[in-house]
Write a protein of this length. Structure first.
Length: 274
C-alpha cells in the first residue's frame, strides 16, 4: 500500500498523507449512518459513545478492518495488528471546539511508541474547518504536558504541550472525504476551531502491533484485526452482532469505564467527558 519512500518519510517525519480509503459516496454513507443515529438520539454523539465506537456499530467494526487501512498500517508495523481504540473527532459548524498541541502517547499507558493513528475524514478537512496540523520530526521524544480540562478542548483531559510550538512549522493535513492520514503516537499535532458552515467529522483509529501491552491500570482490551496474536496482552473484544445491541452496549460500557480509568488516572475523573 505504501511505497518504500512513503515508509521512510513516515519514520523520518512521523506522518504520511493522504491515503485514499473510501470513495466519496462511501464516506457520505458513513456520515449518513452517524447522523441517522444522532437524529434518533436527539443530538451529536457524545461522551463514552464517541470512544471505541467500533464496539457499538457494525459498520464501524467493518471500517476498522478495511483492507486499504490495514495494508497501510501493515507496511509500518507488520501483519499482526490490534485495533486498540477509536474515537470520533467532530467539530460543529462555527464552533469553538479545538484540539491543543499534544502527543497522543502522554496518557495512553502503552509499553512502546509502536502506535499509529489513522485519521479518516467523513467530510472535507481543511484550514477553514479545523483540519489537523503536524510538526514534522517531533516524534522522537516524549514532552511534558499540562492538563487544562478546557471546555472547548476536544481532548480527554484538555492536555497541551508544556513547551512552545512554532506555528510556522505546522503542516496542515487537508483531506477529502474518504481520505486518511497516518501519524505516530508521539508526533506533535493539534487543530483549530471550525469556522465553516458545516460540520467537520473525522474518525481516528489507533493500531498497535500485537507485542505492545498496557502498563498502566488494570488489564486492557483490543480487537485483533489482522494476523495472529501470540502475546495475548489484551483481552479480545467481540464485534457487535447488531448496531447498539444490548450485548454490545454492556460490553462497551464496561470497556469504556476501564479505559477511562487509564486515561484519567491521577485526576478525580472516572468517565469520558461529553
Amino acid at each position: 500500500m505504501l511505497s518504500t519512500e512513503a515508509v521512510k518519510k513516515y519514520r523520518r517525519d512521523g506522518y504520511h498523507f493522504p491515503i485514499d480509503v473510501l470513495s466519496a459516496d462511501e464516506a457520505r454513507a458513513c456520515r449518513k449512518s452517524l447522523e441517522a443515529h444522532e437524529a434518533r438520539t436527539g443530538g451529536p454523539i457524545k461522551g463514552p459513545m464517541r470512544h471505541k465506537s467500533h464496539l457499538l456499530f457494525t459498520w464501524l467494526n467493518d471500517l476498522i478492518r478495511h483492507p486499504r487501512i490495514l495494508d497501510a498500517v501493515s507496511d509500518i508495523h507488520g501483519e499482526n495488528l490490534l485495533c486498540w481504540s477509536s474515537s470520533f473527532f467532530i467539530k460543529e459548524a462555527r464552533d469553538a471546539g479545538y484540539v491543543s498541541w499534544h502527543q497522543d502517547s502522554t496518557y495512553w499507558g502503552l509499553s512502546s511508541p509502536d502506535v499509529v493513528t489513522v485519521w479518516l475524514a467523513f467530510t472535507p478537512a481543511n484550514r477553514t474547518n479545523g483540519c489537523m496540523k503536524f510538526v514534522a520530526g517531533t516524534q522522537s521524544t516524549q514532552a511534558s504536558h499540562r492538563d487544562t480540562f478546557h471546555k472547548d478542548n476536544l481532548l480527554s483531559r484538555g492536555q497541551e504541550l508544556a513547551v512552545e510550538v512554532d506555528e510556522t512549522d505546522a503542516v496542515y493535513v487537508e483531506l477529502e472525504p474518504g481520505q486518511a492520514s497516518l501519524h505516530h503516537v508521539m508526533l506533535f499535532h493539534g487543530s483549530a476551531p471550525n469556522q465553516s458552515a458545516d460540520r467537520r467529522i473525522g474518525f481516528a483509529i489507533r493500531y498497535i502491533p500485537t507485542h505492545v501491552r498496557q502498563i498502566a491500570g488494570e488489564r486492557d482490551s483490543a480487537t485483533l484485526v489482522r494476523g495472529v496474536d501470540k502475546f495475548h496482552h489484551f483481552d479480545a473484544e467481540p464485534a457487535p452482532s447488531a448496531d447498539l445491541s444490548p450485548d454490545a452496549l454492556a460490553v462497551h460500557a464496561a470497556i469504556a469505564r476501564r479505559q477511562a480509568k487509564i486515561l484519567y488516572r491521577g485526576t478525580d475523573r472516572d468517565q469520558f467527558r461529553d
